[in-house]
Design a binder for this molecule. Sequence first.
Ligand code: AMP
Ligand code: MG
Length: 348
Amino acid sequence: MKPWTRWLGWLGLFGLGMLFLLVSRLPGEPEAEPPLLETRLLMGTLVSISTWGVEEKQAEAAMEQAFAEMSRIEGMMSRFIPTSPVSGLNDAPRGAFHTVPAELISVVSKGLEIGQLSGGAFDIGLGPLSDLWGFSREPPPETPPAPDALKKWREERDRTPGPGIELASDNRLRLTGPAIGLDLGGIAKGYAVERAMEMLRQAGVVNALINAGGDMRIAGSKGGKPWHIGLRDPRKPDGVVAVMDLTGSKALATSGDYERFFMADGVRYHHILDPKQGGSSRSGLMAVSIQAADSLTADALSTAVFVLGESAGLALLQQFPGCEALLIREDGQMVQTPGFVATRSKTP
Ligand code: AMP
Ligand code: MG
């Protein structure tokens, strides 16, 4: 195995949800003092936080606050936690306005904005469709939903104009039809990671890396050396298709058809849904990675660009200056925007 693919051993234990791999060091580079690392199961994925350059007690307290913040946001934005405001909204009769936390309004607003710019490809109102497919269920599904159920959803969705989510003053929000339900799975993790990094910063940690499945946030460096991040091969869990050396304040998110999926009759069904088709997106891509200034934007855009596909996806990115992308086509070919930072990238 080449030295640059010598990632932290334990990461290999957790296949699901690991779209990034931490690569230990580049060839010829001296070993730096290792970062402090802590991992928890949160938001349906393994979240790890690495900090560097802060003494252990301070780092541990900071990490505790960062994990607590992510857990708080999960408690507000998860549709799987019955007491969350999102569940409250989803379970309530349609049509009436509900008062929700201002934070939820701001994430929903951002989701609606990207939904509009993507022509509806990014759709935070597709909760009932996600429920039909059930990719978040345990055990995961093995067959597609019944065609009748999908047809019923389609007919109901077509009766509801626009995104089916309306905002009003004083933090009020309503869902306008039975085919609409909030699913913030494509954006809330990015928000949570962004907030977690802010918690670390407030606690005096300036060098850190947060890895939450498909969402990664970097601050500072690892003893003056960049954080090395490997991007997973979409078809080989222990293969790496790109290595990035990142320093400073940066976000990186990946959406892939290999994170939650099942195969049926030789067809891959995965969790990124095309609201127009009512099923897994078939846009010709296996993975999309976005580099951006913040995790919320990177998270939402990686999902949106995945659904739009190469041509419309890259056009959407033009509206987000400073955001860069690496796309992996279904044939394995990779496409990068000129500003995407990668030390090495090779077609799998
Ligand atoms: P990500 O892994 O960030 O691409 O997000 C995938 C998750 O976002 C899924 O598990 C769903 O919860 C949700 N999702 C799926 N399809 C879409 C879509 N077209 N627009 C917005 N969210 C979606
Ligand atoms: Mg996303």
